[in-house]
Design a protein around this ligand. Sequence first.
Ligand SMILES: O=C(O)CCC(=O)C(=O)O
Length: 262
Amino acid sequence: MMNPIASHGALTDTERFMFESWGYLVIPDVLGEDEVRECLEASVRIHQAAKTEGFGQVGRGYESEAALERLMDHPAVLPKIRGLYGDRFIMQSGWNTKQPAFGGMGGWHQDGSGAYDFKKLSFPYIPLLQLRASFLLTDQTQPRMGNMELVPGSHRSQVAMPDSIRKEKGDLPIGHVICAKAGSVLLFHNAVWHRTFAHDGDYDRYTMHYIYSPPWVKPSDRLQNSQSFLERTTPLRRALMGEFTRPDAPYGANYEAPPFED
Ligand SMILES: O=C(O)CCC(=O)C(=O)O
């Protein structure tokens, strides 16, 4: 199947068109083999520390693992986030997910918040509020390797996926199983219907997801930032954690943009 392949760095007009049309992009070769290995080892460590069993998600791994911290503002990916949001956004969360060896199909869903249905925010389309960059840390070049499956263009669908399909975790003829090498990044809109695809391998599959949001959205993987992380990380990453100074009443007169390099 076709992939909406994107280059490293700034969002091109063609990539913007593909993102608007399908709701996602695939950026190959973002991480080299050594970086993938380091991130994979870090993923195993944080899941062991969190004692996850079966499918599991661990937040805040970027605070303790330098290899994961480096991905927060990766130069191949961050310019795409800026291309879609402009200069003012935060990293709302960073989740590391494990699809275990021989894991089954995940449930179809759109990303959002259990506390407040994103559908209430606008009609007819759900706005972009959680832009996700998913770093694939295991080979997913064939289906049934714990891939992500997305329904292209479904972020613009004015009807929900039928309950019958959701209940039985059924297949859809328009489901697109993302096949890509370890080190690739999938960038997608919160409203695209998606699920974790089955994994036939005898090893655990790890993916590191970074979710970027407008600056007024609350972080979802932390109640407050770790002071020690803030003290030792870079100014840009501090800004991405939402630690920017606000000149007056929140957001009224804007605030200083994160210190991007260009
Ligand atoms: O399989 C994964 O890593 C992603 C799971 C998922 O769909 C989600 O976190 O929303």
